[in-house]
Design a protein around this ligand. Structure first.
Ligand code: GMT
Length: 377
């Protein structure tokens, strides 16, 4: 049996899928007896109740008057080095390249080869920031200097190689879902607040950034609603939200569309839906679609990025080219009008989410990577 490890984890604690994956992974590793040290500016929002083997180290930034911008990145790198030394970390696992992988690299310069640096790429750190000339070379350096690099889909591995001309091996570590939390919840009572028994519920959950193409969600719903009595539920917040709220009013759909804002208990919320809409422009994986699958909710979306690796077209959802909202609406109508098919898709979704993207298999994979890089020293 391999020895328990001391693992530092840095992620964005308050936003997005990368922080969710990092925090859930930390909790699972702690359950397996590893000692986990989160290093960040605030407590990761998914950390929840006190758990054995989990520690949190806060990064404090000096906002001295000469600074135009407080140097969070430098304070983080220093804190990583301090924690690595004090706690004798074996591994520092950073999620999202900017600035975390760069800070991890700097920490290693301070501490030496005492710990191994593992970087997980999540998507926009490559597909958006990796294209930015002000960051590109630094991201490339951090990737090349990491002891292991993982990415959350084959598509993201390909994009990383193409965009940054990376030749080193990149491990595939799909997002995962905990079936103890993500399963179809009883939602009959909650549904009553939004839809009558003959109406279907379509849902979109995101951070409402331009890459999510939230306008496409509205286009799809407009078409579907003409054929199938239905409601649209939006969950989350972000920059595109006010524009979408105005558009919904303009087209007179305000009585059929509901804005739920940010929600914590996503499994409970998703369980109300009949289908999830994910027409993204870029999506390295699509964690929300996996969470929906695990709750028995098929996804209709675009073929962007890693979505086709997650959703099996014609079995656990339907995919169409980015922007083809007519096709996405047709698929949605066909599925919502056929109860037998909808049930088959729901069952296939649960089965795929729980078996192919299970916490056990992905935690095993990350552990194997940690022991592999440690063996090399
Ligand atoms: O979707 C977002 O904009 C948030 C972003 C993040 O960095 O937290 O999500 C990215 O990482 C998730 C976890 O690995 C993936 O499931 C999302 O597909 C990915 N988002 C994009 O590629 C746009």
């Amino acid at each position: 049996m391999n020895r328990p490890l001391k693992i530092g984890i840095t992620c964005y604690p308050s936003l997005g899928g990368s922080g969710v994956v990092a925090t859930e992974l930390g909790k699972l590793l702690a359950e397996r007896g590893h000692q986990i040290h989160f290093i960040s500016h605030s407590v990761p929002f998914r950390l929840g109740a006190f758990q054995k083997n989990i520690y949190y180290h806060e990064v404090e930034v000096n906002d001295y008057y000469v600074f135009r911008y407080p140097p969070y990145d430098l304070a983080l790198a220093t804190k990583m080095a301090q924690v690595a030394k004090m706690q004798q970390l074996d591994i520092l696992h950073v999620h999202y390249a900017v600035p975390h992988a760069v800070c991890g690299f700097l920490a290693k310069q301070m501490v030496g080869d005492q710990f191994k640096l593992v970087t997980t790429l999540h998507g926009t750190d490559i597909t958006v920031l990796g294209q930015d000339e002000s960051l590109k070379d630094l991201i490339k350096l951090a990737i090349n200097e990491s002891d292991a690099v993982t990415a959350v889909s084959q598509d993201l591995i390909r994009e990383t190689r193409d965009a940054l001309d990376i030749t080193k091996p990149i491990d595939l570590t799909y997002n995962f879902v905990d079936k103890r939390l993500y399963y179809p919840r009883d939602s009959a009572d909650l549904r009553k607040d939004f839809a009558s028994p003959n109406e279907k519920i379509l849902m979109h959950i995101s951070n409402f950034r331009p890459v999510k193409r939230v306008n496409d969600v509205v286009d799809i719903f407009e078409k579907v609603n003409k054929e199938v009595p239905s409601r649209l539920l939006f969950v989350g917040e972000g920059p595109e939200l006010p524009k979408i709220q105005c558009r919904i009013k303009e087209i007179g759909l305000e009585n059929r569309v509901h804005f739920l804002g940010k929600q914590d208990d996503i499994a409970q919320v998703i369980s109300m839906a009949d289908v999830l809409l994910l027409p993204s422009e870029k999506e390295s994986f699509g964690l929300v679609a996996l969470e929906a699958m695990a709750c028995g909710v098929p996804t209709i979306g675009s073929q962007a990025g890693g979505i086709p690796e997650l959703i099996v077209h014609g079995k656990t959802g339907y995919l169409a080219p980015i922007g083809d909202t007519d096709k996405m609406a047709d698929y949605t109508i066909a599925l919502l009008k056929n109860e037998t098919l909808l049930k088959q898709f729901a069952e296939a979704s649960i089965d795929r989410a729980h078996n192919v993207f299970s916490t056990d298999s992905m935690t095993d994979k990350y552990e194997q990577i940690y022991y592999r890089v440690l063996e090399k020293s």
